[in-house]
Design a protein around this ligand. Structure first.
Ligand SMILES: NC(=O)c1ccc[n+]([C@@H]2O[C@H](COP(=O)([O-])OP(=O)(O)OC[C@H]3O[C@@H](n4cnc5c(N)ncnc54)[C@H](O)[C@@H]3O)[C@@H](O)[C@H]2O)c1
Length: 273
């Protein structure tokens, strides 16, 4: 058995790019050793090397979150390397379009396999080590977990399920186990989102959007929830969307211009959006 390293250890899924990479960077900068995992193993290794070149302790691993065997292998690799696991971040996800009627079984199964079964398999696999450390599980959800939008049927269903999973795991792990929370970003500029935009014929994000969330902000929230200071936060959904979820429209994206534009009006007193 490897002697546990003194540094806390995190495993992040879908960390080859986008939000997952932002989370991995934030955790590494906070002093954790980080396993960057991705179904695209090359991107995981590349991103891990990038963080290592800045002085962090990292490893890049291939992990398809929908495969139980991949989880067993990746968790063993982390334990063999560092002897402990303190933080699990279930970030990998896809956001396909489809209504309740247009979604076929294959799309339903793929979305639920990655966005919902994946986090469950990860938690199930990593729980023995996370329990040992009284660690933290952070699931990356979406404002869409509680604010549905037409055309996002399989995505919304998977993220709502992930919220239930988050709360159930938090309850099952009480009182001494790891905490389990969901971070729910608003819209984030990532390579994956750019592909979706392009598929809708949009070369860029809408001009004038001022409330995008950044991968760095998601990373900072994860660092807090994983830290001793965040220990009392358990079973919550932490929205990172500038408060749009409490407005009458969590959208701002893919909405008719006349609806969307009112969220970009400057504040009457501060002049800021
Ligand atoms: N970008 C946004 O606006 C936004 C908003 C709210 C929530 N989210 C959530 O944040 C997470 C990351 O989104 P992103 O925008 O960075 O996406 P992205 O597409 O840019 O990156 C996702 C990463 O996950 C990996 N991945 C895909 N399927 C996988 C699998 N089966 N196993 C392991 N890795 C897999 C991809 O290879 C990729 O590296 C997702 O869960 C998404 O639902 C994104």
């Amino acid at each position: 058995m490897t002697t546990p390293t003194d540094q806390r250890v995190a495993l992040v899924t879908g960390a080859g790019q986008g939000i997952g990479l932002g989370i991995a960077r934030a955790l590494a900068e906070a002093g954790l050793s980080v396993a960057l995992t991705d179904i695209d193993g090359e991107s995981a290794v590349r991103s891990a090397a990038e963080l290592a070149s800045a002085g962090s302790t990292t490893v890049g691993l291939t992990l398809d979150v929908a495969q139980a065997g991949d989880w067993a292998w990746a968790a063993s690799a982390v334990i063999a390397r560092w002897g402990r696991l303190d933080v699990l971040v279930n970030n990998a996800g896809i956001s396909p379009r489809g209504t309740v009627e247009s979604t076929d079984e294959a799309l339903w199964e793929r979305t639920l396999a990655i966005n919902l079964k994946g986090p469950w398999l990860g938690i199930k696999t990593c729980l023995p080590w996370l329990r040992e450390r009284r660690g933290a599980i952070i699931n990356i959800g979406s404002t869409r977990a509680t604010r549905p939008m037409p055309g996002l049927f399989p995505y919304v269903t998977s993220k709502a399920g992930l919220l239930g999973l988050t709360q159930q795991v938090a309850a099952e792990c009480l009182p001494l186990g790891p905490t389990c929370n969901m971070v729910a970003p608003g819209w984030v500029d990532t390579p994956g989102e750019r592909v979706i935009q392009a598929a809708h014929g949009r070369p860029d994000f809408p001009e004038g959007v001022q409330n995008l969330t950044t991968a760095e902000e998601v990373g900072a929230a994860v660092v807090y929830l994983a830290s001793p200071a965040g220990r009392k936060v358990n079973g919550v959904i932490l929205y990172l969307d500038s408060g749009l979820h409490v407005a009458d429209d969590a959208g701002m994206v893919y909405l008719p211009e006349e609806v969307r534009v009112r969220y970009h009006q400057p504040h009457p007193e501060t002049g800021r959006a």
